[in-house]
Write a protein that binds this ligand. Sequence first.
Ligand code: SME
Length: 171
Amino acid sequence: MSEGILLAKVARGTLLPEAERVARLREALPQIEAALAGETDEVALQATLACLLWETLPQTNWCGFYRRIEDRLLAVGPYQGGMGCLRIPFERGVCGACARTGATQRVPDVHAFPGHIACDGATRSELVLPVWIHGQVAAVLDLDCPHLDGFSATEAQILEDLLVRCFGADR
Ligand code: SME
C-alpha cells in the first residue's frame, strides 16, 4: 500500500486562496508524476489521478473522468466524490462541451452555463479538461467545486499540461 500524497491536510470543501492552491498543486506535481511513472494502462492512470487530484484539490466535491465510449457519447470513469451521471452525450453539459470542442472549460458559475448538468446541486463552479490520445479527445477530467470560481486559469493550465504528460502529447 503506497502512502498516497504528502501534503498539508485541508478539510474537504475548503477553497484556499488562489496562490495557496497553485503552490499546493505545484508541490503535488512531482509526487503525482512519480506515482504514475511508467504506467500506460488508461484505467490505472485515470483511477490514480482521480485519487491523487482529489487529495491535492480540497475545493473539489467531485473529481474524475468521463470516457468517450462512442463517437459522441461519454460514460463515467474512475472518480472520487458523490455519484455522478453515468452517461453524457456530447451535446450536453460542461463535459459535453469539452469533449465536443477539445477546449478546456473553466466555468466560474455553473448556473450561468446553459445546459449544465446538475449531478450535485451543491456544485457552483466547474473545470473540465480534455484528455487527448492519438489526436482525439479520449476522455475528459471533470472537477466540480461547491464554491463560485473554484478554479483559476493557472490551475487549469497546470492540470492541462499534466494530462498531456500523463496521456501523451500527440494531439
Ligand atoms: N456537471 C457536469 C456533469 C458531470 S457531474 O457533475 C459529475 C456537466 O455539466 O457536464
